[in-house]
Design a protein around this ligand. Structure first.
Ligand SMILES: Nc1ncnc2c1ncn2[C@@H]1O[C@H](COP(=O)(O)OP(=O)(O)OP(=O)(O)O)[C@@H](O)[C@H]1O
Ligand SMILES: [Mg+2]
Length: 598
């Protein structure tokens, strides 16, 4: 049963110094765009200030209308004009703010995304063993997305609301001290009460959602494996499980509803009660002639601004916490060691001759350090030799290849190519000399041309064509109406196993490596495709050191030597003729199994 993940820890980040420092660390991506950011900040401050002056003049409009003379204006027309101008100026500042903050966040976040992606793709293989792809993707999508909100709205809102809160309060305090004091005693208390209550409600509705998600898991799992359910005629059982999950959901939802109802009536009552109280106090001031109607009007608008900003700051607090969680996870990736110290265009090494030596190689995978996978492996493969690796499943054949590719460092011992320790050669230059035709060919979602050219990105059309021809792929490629421009993968044609293999062979031919690794496909092709693939492979192997993880007898027979790998050790070495006659030999045994089968 899939267990649901516990409540996201991202919601529980305290705003302490270390956490804020993590956030600041990610903010360094904004530094190159600091001029844009500063411009936005300025526009933000100006637009907040202009907006804050609005209620004041709106109040004066009322005062003039009720016959009072106010300092600067004599007619309501003047005030109305001023109000319109304030709105206009405010509109310009707002536009500038939104635009410049967007420029800042879009550019800096693209930089951040790229930095995280580069970090990830340069990680050594062992990094990917311990992480799920989905998790990595959500780093560059969801986590960076959270920061996007932070840069575009949250930071700006934080500033704006703080400004409104402080300046607004100071200003009305200046305008109407006693009324403000009264308001401050009631209003914020109510808003904060509502916030706390609201938070509790949110927690409850989160529980409801979790319960619903649990119910969904039940439905999803059973529907995905509907064949199993039906095979066991367990429809009733599954329906029962789903019904139970639903009952849980309903009771949680109803409990939440009780609190939500309470909350809403409480909020309406107290907030309007607060307004009544402040209004009552203000009206009594007006009655005694201590406050003008216009001033009371301004005051009420200011108060709603202030109430709004207190509520807004609560939301912002949550968002900043979330952003800290996201930046923490991103920072963790950005701090990983990687393999990117490799030059992008490594100095071309002279072509390898292709001699491979494993000397006392011991190995265990970093993810499972307690299991020794290769034990004291010693062998030499001469330049141009063809060696077949055979052995039971799990013996360590693919691991030998992984080590040769330097996906993982050996635990003990060393690997040499042309008598040079491989570690003395820069990684990317090294891998350019090794080609792989894997068991399961994975094509990228581009055209056939792009997929072949993956072996040599600067290949000319003629080279690509020749490679395809040698790989026996030209015929089927040209049979597509769009030829080399045919799209493959999810949005294009689906190629058959044999076709995909020939694309991979063409790729390897184009790369022209000194050392070739073939992981033979276990799934069998039909006789015709088999012949085409075999012919292509033979052309590819000519003049290269080749290591084949062999499953087919025909391949094994043609190899110069056969290495029988068993439990991480080299059990037998020899030609087919030698090994197949060895008494009690493992190869002979494996051979007899295969012969029985066919
Ligand atoms: N990435 C990995 N992390 C941890 N252990 C691994 C990893 N890959 C393989 N192993 C373990 O190493 C051992 C050797 O695996 P390997 O893939 O080399 O076998 P193989 O000989 O290629 O088998 P097969 O013929 O089935 O492909 C196995 O016990 C396997 O469980
Ligand atoms: Mg394998």
């Amino acid at each position: 049963m899939a267990k649901r993940e516990p409540l996201a820890p991202e919601d529980k980040k305290a705003l302490n110094r270390t956490n804020l420092q993590k956030l600041l660390h990610i903010l360094r991506f904004v530094w190159p765009y600091r001029m844009w950011f500063l411009a936005g900040l300025l526009a933000l401050i100006l637009s907040s200030l202009t907006l804050l002056s609005f209620p004041y003049f709106a109040g004066q409009l009322l005062d003039i209308a009720s016959g009072k003379t106010v300092s600067w204006f004599s007619s309501i027309n003047q005030v109305a004009l001023l109000l319109i101008s304030i709105l206009l100026v405010q509109a310009i500042f707002s536009f500038t703010r939104v635009y410049t903050f967007s420029v800042t966040s879009e550019r800096s976040l693209a930089d951040l995304r790229l930095a995280v992606y580069r970090k990830i793709i340069w990680q050594p293989m062992s990094f990917f063993d311990s992480r799920r792809v989905g998790e990595l993707i959500s780093r560059i999508t969801a986590d960076v997305g959270t920061l996007h909100d932070l840069f575009t709205f949250t930071l700006a809102e934080l500033l704006r609301q703080t400004l409104t809160l402080i300046l607004g309060t100071a200003w009305i305090f200046y305008l109407a001290p006693s009324l403000t004091a009264f308001m401050l005693l009631t209003f914020p208390v109510l808003v904060i009460l509502a916030l706390v209550f609201g938070k509790y409600i949110r927690k409850l509705s989160r529980q409801t959602q979790d319960k619903l998600a649990e119910a969904n898991v039940v439905a999803e799992e059973s529907l995905q494996s509907v064949q199993v359910v039906k095979a066991f005629t367990n429809e009733w059982l599954e329906a029962g499980r789903y019904a139970k999950a639903l009952t849980d959901t309903v009771s949680t939802a109803i409990r939440t509803a009780r609190y939500r109802g309470l909350f809403i009536s409480f909020a309406i009552f107290t907030l309007f009660g607060g307004i009544v109280a402040v209004g009552w106090f203000g009206a009594s001031l007006v009655q005694r002639g201590e406050l003008s109607v216009g001033m009371l009007f301004s005051f009420i608008i200011y108060t709603s601004f202030i109430g709004g900003s207190i509520a807004g700051l609560g939301d912002i607090y949550t968002q900043v916490q979330r952003a800290i969680g996201a930046s923490e996870r991103l920072q963790e990736i950005l701090q990983q060691q990687d393999e990117s110290n490799q030059p992008q265009h490594p100095e071309a090494l002279p072509r390898f001759a292709g001699k491979i030596t494993f000397r006392n190689v011991w190995f265990e995978y970093p993810a499972r350090k307690d299991v020794t996978v290769l034990r004291n492996l010693n062998f030499t493969i001469a330049a141009g030799e063809k060696v077949a690796l055979v052995g039971p499943s799990g013996a360590g054949k693919s691991t030998i290849i992984n080590l040769l590719m330097r996906y993982y460092p050996v635990t003990r011992g060393e690997i040499l190519v042309d008598d040079r320790p491989v570690l003395s050669v820069p990684l990317s230059a090294y891998r350019k000399h090794i080609g792989i035709v894997p068991q399961e060919v994975i094509l990228f979602g581009g055209t056939i041309r792009e997929n072949i050219a993956y072996g040599k990105p600067d290949a000319t059309d003629e080279e690509i064509r020749q490679a395809a021809e040698q790989a026996n792929a030209l015929e089927f490629i040209m049979a597509f109406p769009e030829g080399f421009n045919t799209r493959v993968g999810e949005r294009g044609v689906k190629l058959s196993g044999g076709q995909r293999q020939r694309i991979a062979i063409a790729r390897a031919i184009l790369k022209d490596p000194a050392i070739l690794v073939l992981d033979e496909a276990t799934s069998s092709l039909d006789a015709h495709a088999e012949v085409l693939v075999q012919q292509a492979l033979e052309k590819l192997m000519a003049g290269r050191t080749t290591i084949i993880i062999a499953h087919r007898l025909s391949t094994v027979r043609k190899a110069d030597r056969i290495f029988v790998i068993n439990r991480g050790e080299l059990a037998e070495v020899g030609s087919h003729a030698e090994l197949s006659t060895r008494n009690n030999g493992l190869y002979r045994y494996l051979l007899s199994l295969q012969l029985q089968e066919s």
